[in-house]
Design a protein around this ligand. Structure first.
Ligand code: DQQ
Length: 715
């Protein structure tokens, strides 16, 4: 390995024991080796393909002189590669490689096999060509100096790997990063220590990883963080064959998505922002991803809209918030995370495409949570205080922020402002005191005409309250659950005279399965929320969704069903099934989807005489992936017949019952489990309508030109 690669081993003064061990290892490989001190980089590195700086001692101020930084830069500019290991990865800011250095640098005490958890997106990276697994322990004992990103992510670098420890994935300890600088830079802050004893297989892995990285930086460009719309879209191709990946529900290009944010129609286009982690499929260092659509169905990726700024009130994350039109200026209110504090921040855009945003120099726009309430303090937060829904009424801006009152429950705090920057606290709009959760996240108040709807996400459910606002307080007439399944933190867009609401559809498979998939999270279809004549909530998919309909499947379902199961001739993973059924004397009707040929894998949607809709996930995955519990939704008191629309999409089952009740499920069947069947139980059921159609794959990696529109008028 490494034939022909000439490595300059950077070492200042007498090598440490660890450096001596690394040098001995290097000399035993087939790399040609020269020793250079940081001060000599430049003069002594002629002819080197790669510099390897392996440093176990802390990085003092005197380690890198301005001259040696320039020499490193010149070496890179000449096409040289650079490997930075252990604490040397902490020098990326001093070396001008990345403004954000690893935020955790120190000594790690290793007591169990520990190493790198490589990202599936880069599983063909030459550095790990010697391995057939992406989980690679490289150290099993010792006290090892390390550097890693934990709450921050590099600005330019691409995270190649996190951590695996004792067989467990630890995604938020990011230890291998690459930069597209010069011939390529790789930093390994993982415990790659040659002076530590290790069992044979671990020592071999340590050696193979070090050789792989040295060869890789010596022989080609390294991945940089995908930043342009095209680079982000290109990541989608990696998942083209993934049967669990939704095709018409929005998903992140790769990596992690949670809440929908900042939904706004601007210059005629729908803009969707979302909580996004660019470093992998796990929740951390949250940015605002961005996508745009002309028709609510076909979404095109845009560059990241908001990223945490070092040394600012959002240095640990740009969390959920909304976008409003401030008299022609698109304005975002979001939660900035900074250590144990989360406070409201503001950003504006002068870009008709909403690609670039300027953070307000006055951030945070609210300095502290209200002090007259005993707001909840938790392990993570000094005070739970986040997420913003903003509206204007009669010239005054209002917002609600989610929080919790100790020993009482979640609360939505109301504020008012003349200009979105000076906010006056008005009091709790509503506080839950009856088991509706200790904290309310993502509160949103919608004006549904005669009545208002307030919804809050309480870690478990999205609870809605219908009623009216009177003198800054919400009077609850009745309440319900917006979606009885895997649906959370929804946000809405006022679009003409309708509200469109999207929710986050979290994965129910474990951390390791999400890591292996390379992506996590999807959004629901856009739903229109309104009030029926009876004052009750109605929910239906936006009418535009019908335009996704493609081929009709052959579905001669008998109009009277009994216990004899009727299988459709065709099935699929991207379907809409629309049916109307009455139970007659049956005890239940069952629609079974994502069925394997032997019917051992399937998800049963059952409508029972007890007026419940139940999604039975006990057989959803033969491999045991994902949740297996049953999800239940009452469909009383309106229902007979049941009219059901079921949207199937990879791992999503999104159900609308009687245009009123919703239940969304995440399930993970095998690729060829595409069957659909129906049956009645304990008697006969009448099926008065049944249509199944294939739906179009709607997330397009097409490049969209910049807007021709000059103005910033919102519509
Ligand atoms: N997700 C955001 C928070 C919000 C939570 C962080 C809800 O702002 O409270 O990603 O999913």
């Amino acid at each position: 390995m490494g034939h022909g690669t000439r490595v300059g081993f950077v070492c200042r003064g007498a090598p440490s024991d660890e450096q001596r061990a690394a040098l001995a290892w290097l000399e035993a490989q087939s790399f040609e080796t020269v020793r250079v001190s940081p001060a000599e980089v430049g003069a002594a590195t002629d002819g080197c393909d790669v510099l390897w700086w392996h440093r176990d001692a802390p990085l003092g101020d005197d380690v890198l002189s301005p001259g040696s930084v320039e020499a490193f830069e010149a070496f890179l500019e000449d096409g040289g590669g650079l490997l930075l290991t252990l604490r040397a990865m902490g020098a990326v800011d001093d070396l001008g490689i990345d403004p954000v250095a690893p935020d955790v640098v120190g000594t790690q005490s290793v007591a169990e096999p520990t190493g790198v958890l490589w990202r599936t997106l880069y599983d063909d990276h030459p550095a790990i060509a010697a391995f057939d697994s992406i989980r690679i322990p490289i150290c099993d004992r010792g006290a090892v100096p390390t550097a890693r990103y934990e709450s921050a992510v590099p600005t330019h670098g691409e995270v190649l790997a996190s951590t695996v420890r004792g067989g467990r994935d630890v995604p938020n300890e990011m230890t291998v990063v690459s930069w597209d600088r010069g011939g390529g830079v790789i930093g390994i802050g993982a415990p790659l220590a040659f002076d530590e004893p290790a069992d044979e297989s671990v020592a071999d892995a340590r050696s193979d990883l070090a050789s792989g990285c040295l060869s890789a930086v010596g022989s080609g460009d390294q991945p940089a963080r995908p930043k342009t719309a095209d680079e982000l879209s290109a990541m989608r191709e990696a998942f083209a064959g993934d049967p669990a990946r939704p095709r018409y529900h929005f998903t992140p290009p790769a990596n992690w998505l949670n809440d929908p944010n900042g939904l706004i129609r601007w210059n005629g286009r729908y803009h969707l922002f979302y909580q996004y982690n660019p470093a992998g499929p796990f929740h951390n260092a949250i940015h605002w991803g961005h996508a745009v659509s002309d028709d609510l169905l076909h979404w095109t990726d845009e560059p990241i809209a908001l990223a945490p700024s070092p040394d600012s009130p959002d240095r640990d994350g740009c969390w959920s918030g909304c976008a409003v039109d401030d008299d022609g200026t698109p304005t975002i209110l979001y939660t900035g995370g900074d250590g144990r504090w989360q406070l409201p921040c503001l950003a504006t855009s002068a870009d008709p495409d909403l690609r670039s945003w300027e953070k307000d120099p006055g951030n945070p726009v609210i300095e502290e949570p209200p002090s007259d309430l005993d707001l909840l303090s938790t392990e993570h937060w000094e005070i739970e205080f986040r997420d913003h829904a903003v509206w204007r009424d009669d010239g005054t801006w209002y917002q609600v922020i989610g929080s919790g009152i100790s020993d009482r429950g979640g609360t939505a705090l109301l504020y008012a402002s003349p200009d979105l920057r000076e906010w006056e606290y008005r009091g709790p709009l509503l506080t839950g005191d009856d088991g509706h959760g200790a904290v309310w996240e993502c509160p949103e108040l919608l004006d549904l005409g005669d009545r208002s709807l307030l919804h809050v996400s309480n870690y478990e459910d999205v609870v809605y309250f219908i009623g009216g606002v009177d003198d800054g307080e919400f009077d609850v007439a009745h309440r319900g659950v917006l979606d009885h399944g895997d649906f959370y933190a929804p946000q809405s867009l006022r679009d003409g005279d309708r509200y469109l609401t999207w929710g986050w559809l979290p994965e129910t498979r474990g951390t390791a399965a999400q890591w292996d998939a390379g992506w996590s999270g999807a959004l629901s279809l856009p739903r229109v929320l309104s009030l029926g004549a009876d004052g009750r909530l109605r929910q239906r998919p936006a009418a535009e969704v019908d335009r996704l309909r493609q081929r009709r499947l052959s579905t001669a379902v008998p109009s009277v069903l009994d216990e004899a199961r009727h299988a459709l001739e065709a099935g699929g993973r991207t379907l809409e099934i629309e049916l109307e059924v009455s139970l007659e004397d049956a005890s239940a009707f069952e629609l079974s989807v994502f069925e394997s040929a032997d019917r051992e894998e399937r998800t049963a949607v059952r409508y029972t005489r007890e007026n419940e809709l139940i999604v039975d996930r006990s057989e959803s995955s033969r491999e045991g992936v994902g949740a297996t519990d049953a999800q239940r939704m009452p469909v009383t008191p309106y229902d007979e017949p049941l009219s059901l629309r079921a949207f199937l999409d990879g791992s999503v089952i999104e159900l609308y019952a009687n245009d009123r009740h919703c239940l969304t499920s995440r399930v993970y069947p095998a690729a060829n489990s595409t069957g659909v069947s129906v049956a009645a139980e304990g008697g006969r059921a009448t099926v008065s309508a049944f249509e199944a159609r294939e739906l179009e794959s709607a997330i397009t990696p097409a490049t969209r030109p910049a807007s021709a529109a000059a103005g910033t008028e919102s519509q």
